[in-house]
Ligand binder design. Structure first.
Ligand code: TMP
Length: 210
């Protein structure tokens, strides 16, 4: 089983990852938790370039290709071997993030993005994608509170510094993708409190996990 988590900045997906892990442990599932970018040693170096606020003048195409490079390594080194071993993969962001951020928000050519996905993924696709949806104003407020409290790294704020209109495009992009794949996507109202969001996730996983 391959589970991915998606959402804009401050959507709470990383917090809810702990609840998913608790669910997996309670049910004695074997799993690996990973993320993009940065799910491998090489990916961690790529992540530092992509998320650092000191990275200036990064061309949108270069940004796309760096996410693609991170994913190519991650798929080969972590995701496929883990799935082949029979374990579940839980991944904090995956290819839908590229469609939402580099496609819908940056405005790069969707056909080229699709070709890159085909090259990197082949037939690999998540079984379940949890989309944490909330207004960007709420998400960014949460994200900046965490950054200012030291709960999130200041060295990874390049996207948080984007205009609200950028995050609005990401949100709408994610919702459009979700609308084309009702079976795989589960849109969760992430503006609700932590316990309500947790319950929504557990209901979905209880229903979908074998
Ligand atoms: P996060 O680890 O805090 O979620 O940060 C990852 C950032 O990278 C987030 O702002 C979304 C962005 N991103 C893309 O723009 N494209 C991608 O393909 C992925 C995986 C992430």
């Amino acid at each position: 089983m391959f589970i991915t988590l998606e959402g804009i900045e401050g959507s709470g997906k990383t917090t809810q990852l702990e609840n998913i892990v608790e669910f997996m442990n309670d049910r004695h599932y074997e799993y690996v938790v990973t993320r993009e970018p940065g799910g491998t040693a090489i990916g961690k170096e790529i992540r530092a370039i992509l998320l650092s606020p000191d990275t200036k003048n990064l061309n949108s195409l270069t940004e796309l290709l760096l996410y693609a490079a991170d994913r190519a390594q991650h798929v080969k080194e972590v995701i496929i071997p883990t799935l082949d071993s029979g374990k579940t993969v839980i991944c904090d962001r995956f290819f839908d993030a590229t469609t939402a951020y580099q496609g819908f928000a940056r405005g790069l050519d969707m056909k080229q993005i699709k070709i890159l996905h085909e090259i990197i993924l082949g037939s690999l696709k998540p079984d379940i994608t949890l989309l944490f949806d909330l207004p960007p104003e709420t998400g960014l407020k949460r994200a900046w509170t965490q950054i200012n409290n030291g709960g999130r790294s200041e060295n990874e704020t390049r996207f948080e510094k984007e205009m609200i209109s950028f995050h609005e495009k990401v949100r709408k992009g994610y919702l459009k993708i979700a609308d084309t794949e009702h079976e795989r996507f589960h849109v969760i109202d992430a503006s609700k409190n932590v316990d309500q969001v947790k319950k929504a996730i557990i209901d979905i996983l209880s229903d979908k996990m074998p």
